[in-house]
Design a protein around this ligand. Structure first.
Ligand SMILES: *Cc1c(COP(=O)(O)O)cnc(C)c1O
Length: 378
């Protein structure tokens, strides 16, 4: 083993993060108020456009929880959720004691299948309860089938919570991910395309919801001169230090997107002559992915190339890989809940692997990865 470990998607600082943190120290605004938070929210509102009202929070998970709260999701309500995702998309449904109903993926984006979604809605309606929300995900940075899913959301008048945790910088028909939901969320966890060390934002479509989100995120404290509360609240606000990191990171976002896309081109080149390994790609020009992670599907083959074999060889060479997200409907935590679809996402989980996709992947790292990949069969 030689050299540094190559990680899947490590944090990659830009340069000005410390300057903004220093500002926070200099002004002694190191808690949940201050100019970094205000600036960070404003920068992202401008970046997204399209009526985006941003509330900076302690995590993406907190943002999903607040979206459910703002939609008045309560005990016993149905919430439709993409099964193929990280557990953070679905956990907040349980925080509210609501009932998740899981939806399969479709093959072109790996995200929510419109047909399975409609079947699930019909099932809920037959139970006499209209679902309260649809949680869509843009997994690995790939936008979901936006037109189709929004069409169904409008037809049945069920709001969308858009989990764009992994999709900052991605677009569908030129419009950014994070602008498609009635509420949208983005995560700034350490492994995402940019980070605040840990944090997230809730994006709502008007100022009233932004104000309400801030209220719930700060213990539902009412505007009086003593501490007055009549509803349950949370301590979910982002700190001014984290927001300082976020300000620095937003300055390098465009560079990070192009680096991730360069990584994708690199893998595309490496895999173009393999019929047993296929790189996951944009289905057509409507989709623009930030390619947060590059993922491959390995079909059964005579060369004994398997995801386990690749993982092992990479590990021996200090290179991190990961299997794809294990779908929620296959998790012990959730397997008592309904699932609609043909288990495409289960098949993807069985066959898929995520490859190193960090923006600090060097040419040396790429050479090392390439030499391992081209020798897989022999
Ligand atoms: C990372 C992630 C989240 C949660 O974000 P945190 O900021 O880590 O709470 C939610 N959904 C998906 C799909 C994610 O990848």
């Amino acid at each position: 083993m030689q050299g540094e470990k190559i990680w899947l998607s490590p944090p990659h600082l830009g340069g000005n993060e410390l300057k903004y943190i220093q500002d926070a120290f200099d002004t002694n605004w190191i808690s949940q108020y201050g100019s970094n938070i205000d600036a960070f929210e404003k920068i992202i509102e401008d970046h997204l456009g399209y009526n985006s009202f941003v509330t900076a929070l302690s995590s993406g998970t907190a943002a999903i929880h607040l979206a459910l709260r703002l939609l008045d999701v309560k005990e016993g309500d149905f919430v439709l959720c993409q099964s193929f995702t990280f557990v953070a998309s679905a956990n907040p449904v349980l925080y509210q004691k609501a009932i998740p109903v899981f939806i399969d993926s479709e093959a072109s984006t790996w995200n929510m299948c419109p047909n399975a979604l409609e079947d699930a809605i019909k099932y809920c309606l037959e139970q006499g309860k209209k679902p309260k929300a649809i949680i869509t995900v843009s997994l690995y940075g790939m936008p979901f089938m936006v037109d189709e899913i929004i069409g169904i959301s409008k037809k049945y008048e069920i709001p969308i919570i858009e989990d764009s945790a992994e999709a900052l910088g991605s677009k569908y028909k030129g419009k950014p991910c994070g602008t498609f939901g009635d509420f949208s969320i983005i995560s700034f966890n350490g492994n995402k395309i940019i980070t605040t060390s840990g944090g997230g934002i809730l994006i709502s479509r008007n100022q009233q919801y932004k104000d309400k989100a801030l209220y719930f995120a700060t213990q539902a404290k009412e505007d009086k001169d003593y501490y007055s509360h009549s509803e349950v609240g949370y301590n979910y606000r982002m700190s001014n230090i984290s927001a300082g990191i976020g300000r620095g990171q937003m300055e390098v976002l465009e560079d990070r997107i192009s680096k991730r896309r360069e990584n994708h081109s690199f893998y595309n080149e490496v895999f173009k002559n393999y019929d047993e390994i296929s790189l996951f790609k944009e289905p057509n020009n409507d989709f623009f992915s930030n390619y947060w992670l590059n993922t491959v599907i390995i079909e059964e083959n005579d060369y004994e190339v398997t995801k386990e074999k690749i993982k092992k060889i990479f590990l021996e060479n200090s290179i991190e890989t990961r299997y794809l997200w294990k779908p929620m409907h296959l998790q012990a935590l959730f397997n008592k809940y309904k699932f609609f679809g043909n288990n495409l996402c289960g098949i993807l989980f069985d066959k898929g692997l995520c490859l190193p996709s960090g923006t600090n992947l060097s040419d040396n790292d790429k050479d090392k990865i390439k030499s391992l990949l081209i020798n897989l069969r022999y």
